[in-house]
Ligand binder design. Structure first.
Ligand SMILES: Cc1cc2nc3c(=O)[nH]c(=O)nc-3n(C[C@H](O)[C@H](O)[C@H](O)COP(=O)(O)OP(=O)(O)OC[C@H]3O[C@@H](n4cnc5c(N)ncnc54)[C@H](O)[C@@H]3O)c2cc1C
Length: 208
């Protein structure tokens, strides 16, 4: 899985939104330590959390399973644009079937779990799908036998309030292992000066 931050709102935009309420623009230090403390105080401590919605992040997420995608889609306060199997399944059509123990080649298309029984079953499912496509069955029908492990990618835009919620729920040890990995990678991909807003939300295994 690869997570890349494509775009983010500078902190001073959020500080400006907060200062609008008090008309205290003259106290700004243009996104410096004073503004950072203000955002944390108002957005987090005072729970005037709608102000955090002015901070928006766009990520490109590659190589996640459709199992994870299904969980990601439950987060309503985010916007995903996802690689469509309807338009892209031809990527499987013009290659040879995978050997059942060739994990390296199959890993281009499926997320491997490390469990041989499961991963071999995924490779078989991939080969079944490929055989169906080679028979000339259209993507809109063939996609119904995709394994959940099939890899996808998306552009994902989310605001800081919703990302806090996502990181809190999905880095937790009760979440699915793959989405936990994604939550950690999202946190790491954030600009260093923004990470303090999420530090308390990320699950820390050391505290178990
Ligand atoms: C460990 C774990 C196990 C889970 N297991 C299951 C499962 O078995 N089956 C299943 O279906 N789902 C399951 N989920 C998904 C879960 O129910 C949520 O759909 C998902 O985590 C998204 O959370 P959210 O609603 O807070 O996020 P968002 O949809 O992004 O919403 C963000 C916030 O906006 C507010 N909000 C959004 N919509 C509404 C609304 N309609 N009314 C009031 N407030 C709203 C809430 O405050 C919410 O926290 C699981 C989640 C976790 C973390």
């Amino acid at each position: 899985m690869e997570v890349t931050l494509m775009h983010h709102t500078p902190l001073d935009v959020c500080a400006h939104a907060i200062r609008t309420c008090w008309q205290s623009f003259d106290k700004s230090d243009e996104g410096g330590e004073k503004d950072k403390a203000l955002i944390d105080r108002v957005g987090n401590k005072y729970k005037h959390a709608s102000t955090l919605e002015h901070l928006v992040y766009t990520f490109y997420v590659k190589g996640i399973s459709r199992a994870l995608l299904q969980e990601l889609a439950r987060h309503r306060m985010a916007s995903p644009s996802v690689k469509s199997t309807r338009y892209t399944l031809k990527e499987l059509k013009n290659i040879d079937p995978f050997k059942e123990d060739d994990y390296e080649s199959a890993n281009k298309f499926i997320v491997l779990t490390g469990n041989t029984l499961v991963d071999t079953a995924s490779i078989k499912a991939l080969n079944n799908l490929q055989a169906i496509l080679k028979e000339g069955i259209g993507n809109d029908i063939a996609k119904f036998c995709l394994p959940e492990s099939y890899k996808t990618e998306l552009t994902w835009t989310i605001n800081a309030r919703s990302l806090q919620n996502f990181i809190e729920l999905r880095s937790n040890k009760s979440a699915l292992w793959e989405i936990r990995k994604m939550a950690q990678k999202l946190y790491t991909a954030l600009p260093r000066e923004h990470q303090y807003l999420f530090k308390e939300k990320i699950y820390d295994e050391k505290h178990d």
